[in-house]
Design a binder for this molecule. Structure first.
Ligand SMILES: C[S@@+](CC[C@H](N)C(=O)[O-])C[C@H]1O[C@@H](n2cnc3c(N)ncnc32)[C@H](O)[C@@H]1O
Length: 519
């Protein structure tokens, strides 16, 4: 029976049919366990389906991608389109394979917790193929409307096609056990098995414990710890595609009017729109480069720098960490429209090339120069700027909903490494800006060590005042409910997927004062 025949229809759009579930126990890092367990399986690694002679179905494709992600650190968003093309699935089965892959990846930690309960063994002792297939089967059973018998039989068949009878027997037995209770019952059983409240929530919402703790700490800066469940849950939903109309190149209203059935306006930025469905490149304006695919939070924080006060002719604006150029395009459009000078910098040459491509519709390399320096070199020479964006390299914990496997790959040690670099980049920007000039410090992470921690240290060095970023953003996005985080003598802004429908972008706007106060 084909996937299509057996499926009663998935819950659709990446959302679960009922309640979603999740992972860990008492602080153990499932991410590490995941990979070590996977690697111990050895053998075939991602080598493809053994003895597969029929056309692969949706579950074969999903299983293939999930194993490549678990064992070979593949990126699902890169590999899946490739495998879908190879398998030549119907549109419907391609949709099912996509939902199964992303949904399983997001909730894999939770499904591991269920597998531990049914298999009565630590998940690290389950080999990679069986573990991945059990996650995939559990996802179908508990979070989609796929019929139970199809979820079990087709998943077991996919394992057989790939790995032989040994793992398929284990997968069959345990999927049958999972199928004996409904999603709510499993949720209750997993919850009962984890006494610690935060660890329980982390597992139920399928996040590593350290990330759940960091998000709770970030929310506590706004006295909103009670939003933690919503914040975690938002990372388990597929984001809607948001677009930006490039100022001076096109107007949002004109684009909205041209595509009333496809686009709606998005209140998170003055140039933002939401795409109802389909491929953004179907829009002529996207193909022309005057409308860009861009998270609305990214738009808002970039525009906060150019609109904090009116740009004057001749102002020099720098994007210090520009690759791949999303915010550069928006900033450059604003600066050129005001008669200013824009330049960008990106240390990785391949990404600097992407910045040049992103800027091409606005001007040539002479009018919009892109340098390839380590950003920490800025501020050492005499070149000065009136406004600088530091969109710092960060853990990306604010965009977990976009990369389903990312949460299992990040490590707490990444934060320490990146925060040292973030601090130096911000210091370089402060040196490179003129007295009275503005620096926007931005991360796509709400982790306090990457956000307020960095800004507070820069403020303590003296010579800065904290401009009220929430107040500026309220003017740009009056419909958003924006609270502030106290930093220095002002407030910074933290956006959230669950509250604002954007990535969790952080913004601090800093003005260099004339004289430097002693520390
Ligand atoms: C968060 S991304 C910037 C995203 C970009 N602003 C956009 O909207 O498309 C950070 C960028 O900083 C770059 N980067 C990392 N270390 C850097 C350094 N020392 N100097 C300059 N850029 C750096 C990374 O390669 C990455 O492209």
């Amino acid at each position: 029976m084909s996937d299509r025949e057996q499926r009663h229809g998935s819950a659709g759009n990446g959302q679960r049919g009922r309640r979603r579930p999740a992972q860990v126990k008492s602080g153990s890092n499932r991410s590490g366990a995941n990979r070590s367990g996977a690697n111990r399986s050895g053998g075939n690694k991602t080598g493809g389906a053994k003895g597969r002679n029929a056309q692969p179905g949706a579950r074969d494709v999903a299983l293939d991608v999930l194993i490549a992600v678990a064992v070979d650190d593949a990126y699902a968003n890169l590999l899946l389109p490739h495998r879908l093309r190879e398998a030549n699935l119907s549109r419907e089965d391609a949709g099912l394979a996509t939902e199964l892959t992303y949904g399983t990846l997001r909730s894999s930690g939770y499904y591991d917790a269920i597998v531990e309960l049914v298999a009565k063994r630590p998940i690290a002792e389950v080999d990679a193929l069986a573990r991945t297939a059990l996650q995939l089967g559990a996802h179908q059973l508990l979070a989609t409307r796929v019929a139970s018998h199809a979820a079990v039989n087709e998943t077991v068949n996919a394992v057989r096609r790939r790995g032989g009878v040994g793992p398929s027997g284990f997968v069959n037995a345990n999927l049958r056990r999972i199928s004996e209770a409904d999603a709510g019952t499993w949720q209750a059983r997993v919850a009962e098995s984890i006494p610690d409240e935060l660890a329980r929530l982390a597992v139920l919402e399928s996040h590593p414990l350290w990330i759940a703790r960091a998000l709770r700490e970030a929310l506590s800066l706004e006295h909103r710890e009670d939003e933690l469940t919503a914040a975690l849950a938002a990372n388990n939903a597929s984001p809607q595609i948001q677009l930006a109309a490039l100022p001076g190149k096109t107007a949002r209203e004109a684009v909205l009017a041209a595509h009333p059935s496809l686009l709606t306006d998005d209140p998170a930025s003055p140039v933002a729109m939401k795409l109802a469905g389909g491929d953004p490149s179907d829009l002529e304006e996207v193909r022309e480069g005057v409308v860009r695919v861009q998270d609305a939070g990214s738009q808002l924080v970039a525009l906060a720098l150019t609109r904090a006060e009116p740009l004057k002719a001749g102002e020099r604006v720098l994007d210090l960490c520009a690759g791949p150029g999303g915010k550069s395009a928006l900033l450059a459009a604003e600066v050129l429209a005001a008669g200013g000078d824009f330049s960008a910098n990106e240390v990785v040459p391949a990404r600097a090339k992407l910045v040049r491509q992103a800027l091409a519709v606005l001007g040539d390399e002479q009018s919009l120069p892109v340098t390839e320096l380590d950003g920490r070199e800025y501020g050492k020479g005499r070149e000065q700027f009136d406004r600088i964006l530091v969109d710092a390299p960060c853990t990306g914990l604010g965009a977990l909903r976009r990369r389903p496997e990312a949460r299992w790959r990040k490590q707490p040690s990444d934060v320490a490494e990146l925060s040292a670099l973030q601090e130096e980049l911000l210091a370089a920007a402060v040196n490179a800006v003129v007295p009275g000039g503005l620096v926007a410090y931005v991360t796509c992470s709400p982790h306090p060590a990457e956000t307020v921690g960095i800004v507070r240290r820069a403020y303590r060095h003296g010579g800065l005042e904290v401009v009220d970023a929430p107040a500026i953003c309220r003017q740009l996005a009056p419909e958003l409910e924006l609270s502030g985080i106290a930093v220095g003598d002002g407030h910074a802004l933290q956006l959230w997927p669950h509250r604002h429908g954007t990535d969790a972008m952080f913004l601090a706007l800093l003005r260099k004062t004339d004289k430097k106060e002693p520390e």
